[in-house]
Design a protein around this ligand. Sequence first.
Ligand code: FAD
Length: 336
Amino acid sequence: MTAIADQPTGLRQAQEIADQVFFPAAAAVDGSDRLPVSHLDLLAERGFYALAAPPHLSTLGLPDFASVCRVIETLASGCLTTTFVWAQHHNAVMAAANTQNEALKEEFLEPLAAGRRRSGLAIGAAVRPGPAAVRATAVDGGYLLDGDAPWVSGWGLVDTLYVAGRDADDTLVWALVDAVESGSLSVQPLALTAVNASSTVTVSFREHFVPASRISGTMPLEAWRQRDPATLRFNGSLALGVAARAIALTGSEELAKQLDTTRGFLDVSDPDTMPQARAAASHLALRACAALAVSEGSRAVLRGQHAQRLVREATFLLVFGSRPGIRSALTSALTP
Ligand SMILES: Cc1cc2nc3c(=O)[nH]c(=O)nc-3n(C[C@H](O)[C@H](O)[C@H](O)COP(=O)(O)OP(=O)(O)OC[C@H]3O[C@@H](n4cnc5c(N)ncnc54)[C@H](O)[C@@H]3O)c2cc1C
């Protein structure tokens, strides 16, 4: 195992934040309606909003994608809610970095990478099978968005939303939208049994105008679907983080070995095996948190105890960021 002093800056700092700031506050965050903005400010101050930014904008010194994922796991082991909200940001950074819209890149990339601008994500409604729940219609000077994005986390903690709408020809239209309520953009808060402080809402667009200057790109839905399986690694680290905390609290050497094996499986998976690897990570989180509850006995169900919080968080990780292949692999694992 690498000594802490030899770890990349980003990983060392993630461990410090997780252990010294996030984990001590995790129970209080769990019981609140909105996580403290000071948590996100700290991540910005230490350069973590640049996790997915081009190297010249990052100070994290992470050598490869595996270490990027390890940062997510480490932060999630301290506070899943904070890490989850922050994790939604990186798609906007990548969009601003890769866009052909040079004016948008100029306006957004550096502020997003520095965390002066913070973004949420609203994509599922346009990309899932069946009719688009968020539609995009080309009009003079831009697009109109219509429909409901059922799950959007970080409302009130972000100033920008990275949104996908789908047009009548099944092309996805990607935009950076101001996260501000108006006559054409409204939100409905959702009460959650886990990560409630993520401030997750349903966002409704009603002929919401997005100027062309805010469009980061377009892509045929089918092309997006082909690429999607290769992008599923990232969220697996949220489950690894929850598992890691439960395992540390139980002290189980057997589960610690399984954590390493499960991380290894995620790290080497290709699009064909990734659903299995993601399912294995969610299943491990559930088992590790259940093992912690059993080892703690009745006090595990007292409010404020880590065990009951972690079990609820593991339940959330059974369904968040899922895909049909992940769901069927998990169903098989849970109903052998
Ligand atoms: C608490 C919570 C917070 C969430 N926050 C966000 C958020 O901030 N931004 C956000 O975009 N989503 C968010 N989600 C949505 C989440 O990504 C989807 O719920 C998840 O992908 C799985 O959807 P589902 O199982 O509910 O499937 P359903 O919504 O029932 O979807 C049906 C089908 O669509 C597929 N599908 C659903 N979402 C996607 C997707 N994103 N890409 C490809 N296929 C998809 C499913 O695999 C399934 O086959 C959140 C979900 C929860 C529970």
